[in-house]
Design a protein around this ligand. Sequence first.
Ligand code: CMC
Length: 430
Amino acid sequence: MTKDAFRLISPDGTETALPIREGTVGPSVIDVGKLYKEQGVFTYDPGFVSTGSCESDITYIDGEDGVLMYRGYPVEQLAKHSTFIEVAYLLLHGALPTAAELEEFDNTIRVHTMLNEGMLNFFKGFRYDAHPMAQLSAVVGSMSAYYHDEMDASNPKHRDIFAHRILAKLPTIAAAAYKLNIGQPFMYPRNDLDYCENFLQMMFAVPAEPYEIDPVAVEAIDLLFILHADHEQNCSTSTVRMAASSGANPYTSIAAGITALWGPAHGGANEAVLDMLQEIGTVKNIKKYVDKAKDKNDPFRLMGFGHRVYKNFDPRATIIREMCHKVLKQLGRDDSPLFELALELEQIALKDDYFIEKKLYPNVDFYSGIIYRALGIPTSMFTVMFALGRSVGWTAHWREMISDPHVRIARPRQLYVGPAQRDYVAIDKR
Ligand code: CMC
């Protein structure tokens, strides 16, 4: 037994040495891969609270100290100095690009923004009020029908093209979903515009008149995309990895990630926060809702509060709160009652023993919706905005997984608590 192994002693006294693995930074990891073979037992960890599922060199989070780094770069620095397209390159390729690499990457994304014209017909099949997340997952899944034969995951060139298509076409699909909802004509992408400008024109322009792109909106959306770009093995990213571990088509694996993101405990929380703030309505109702959140018999939770990993603060929330101030000021809406309500709710919750003890702080979704709303993006599109930013993280993780020689089909075990073997009873004897 090596000194640096974790010793597991079974009830009959048998000792198993479980190797300890060290990452670059962060807590040690016990490798339990051989546990079943050697001891005949599985580990049990619902929600994977103490379980790592893979090695990754993309993103690092220290939940105790509120640290988030992409490829080693603190998110605060990237938020201040970088752009979403540069961050996308960093996440996909592992290093910051040179000026020439960035230009080439940016151009590649710009020329992949159009959808196959046939794909637009999908939108005609949806009801006018279909939720944009439902449309996004369905249409992204349908990309597998267009690009199946040209997608050989073992071919690095195909992997690159896949990444470019996802990044370039998702804003076009998202904007088309929105246009369907409001009954306006679909706006084609414009490759002379940068990533966020192009998205805004596809969302808000109409063919009948010129559209002026607001630089405040571009700056805010670019920042939000950077902050949402990756978050290591979160629910949607793990879903993408799990689906793709069977060798499934990567477009359908991304579609699976989109559906996982939609849930209110994950990316759907930004929509739920706005609904909650509107329901609370005024500062004098805050106490009532904080009490509801603390009541064990009431399913209500403060949406936008709490995180599986961050137990101090979510660094993304701090940056977004600042951006929220800036956007509202620049748009002349710094008296926004919703923002005031959110700030007050944060203050009251942060002083409350329940939230202090459980280490519940505002997360990335708490303030993002207020910015989106100020920019005219409807609530139903909030989680779509999250998906646009996270699409690069999903793609980076898919690429990492597919090139990992140790990867195996993801297949957790279970603790079976159903009936033991019993005999079939004929229907007339039951
Ligand atoms: N309001 C009130 N109580 C809460 C909240 C909340 N928002 N979040 C957690 N708790 C309580 C929970 O009831 C539990 O109490 P107890 O120990 O007495 O049973 C304790 O805190 C731990 O909560 P948990 O649900 O076991 O923690 P988790 O790590 O499984 O869940 C979470 C994390 C984010 C799903 C959860 O905090 C939550 O539901 N928050 C509200 C939804 C939300 O804002 N989600 C966005 C997350 S950040 C973006 C993203 O991941 O997409």
